[in-house]
Design a protein around this ligand. Structure first.
Ligand SMILES: [Mg+2]
Length: 308
């Protein structure tokens, strides 16, 4: 069983509407978006992760899920399972956590702590979106264009550098990812996105999830994903493709739109100059990545919890 199959099992046993980036609680003027994510030692981080970055990142990954639905993040609950109460560690962790909370104006509203043999940090985040305006994974339609809000593969390259003890300008993409809240809010406000997901597990897996949720096929053009890629000249072109398609944890937004490219770019490049058109939604199912006219074979589709 893999992670997607586990989620499918939960959906059939409990509630058909789980499985997007957040759960939606519908209210009158606004709907509330709720999500939770945890990071545990030796799975999500090792000794290469400093406590400041851990405090930042556990909030960032949850904020990104709210952004993925066009929502404004508001409230966080923080759960900590720690080996001991090391004041120095806790101060650094809270500095990272506080910095991202101040950046996005978030309130900490509660949580829990416990002693544990393995350090685990978890957050439940709540955001809001105008009633019925959440951007789902399932809204893509035939003919929609597929956009991405920046470069992918930088966080996984950064991870390799950190794990091998090498210093690198790319480490920051792994340690302190910047969730795309402003872009998400603009997409929601202008009604530009038909479907959206944040890239936690890599373009290949996450775009396939969006294609499956929408019930169509997506075809991506590798050249557009790789154009001006920051890893060019640092690793081989073949490796850049692998990083860019299967590397996780970049937390860029992948979204679909009916609007013409000029309108999209005019509105959105002010917020993020790296937004680019990378593909199309067509009839059929699944995901194809083309290099020129030739499909690229993906051997290892990206990070999977539980490994199979
Ligand atoms: Mg997500």
């Amino acid at each position: 069983m893999n992670e997607d199959q586990l989620i499918a099992l939960l959906k059939t046993r409990f509630n058909n509407s789980i499985g997007d980036d957040c759960f939606i609680i519908e209210q009158d003027d606004y709907d509330y978006l709720v999500t939770s994510d945890l990071m545990t030692e030796s799975v999500h981080f090792g000794s290469w992760m400093d406590p400041y970055s851990l405090g930042w990142k556990i909030a960032a990954v949850n904020i990104s899920d709210i952004a993925a639905m066009g929502g404004k993040p508001l409230f966080l609950f923080l759960d900590l399972a720690l080996r001991r109460l090391d004041e120095h560690w806790i101060n650094l962790f809270l500095s990272g956590f506080f910095d991202i909370c101040s950046k996005f104006n978030l309130k900490l509203c509660g949580g829990d702590t416990t002693k544990s043999e393995v350090t685990t940090v978890a957050i439940t985040a709540i955001g809001k979106v105008p009633h019925k305006k959440a951007i789902l994974r399932s809204g893509a339609d035939i003919g929609d264009s597929v956009y991405i809000s920046g470069f992918t593969g930088l966080a996984s390259y950064g991870l390799e550098m950190l794990q091998s003890g090498r210093s690198s300008e790319f480490a920051k993409f792994q340690l302190i990812p910047e969730p795309e809240v402003n872009l998400a809010l603009k997409l929601q406000e202008l009604g530009l996105a038909t479907a959206m997901i944040d890239l936690s597990d890599g373009i290949y897996q996450d775009c396939l999830r969006l294609a499956k949720s929408s019930g169509y096929k997506i075809t991506l053009q590798a050249e557009n994903i790789l154009k001006d890629h920051p890893l060019a000249g640092i690793v081989s072109d073949d490796k850049i493709i692998t990083y860019a398609l299967t590397g996780g944890e970049d937390y860029r937004l992948l979204f679909t739109s009916k609007e013409n490219e000029e309108k999209m770019y005019a509105e959105l490049k002010k917020i993020n100059p790296n937004i680019r058109l990378i593909g199309k939604v067509t009839k059929g199912d699944g995901l194809t990545v083309l290099s020129g006219q030739t499909p690229i074979t993906i051997n290892s589709p990206g990070f999977t919890h539980f490994g199979s």
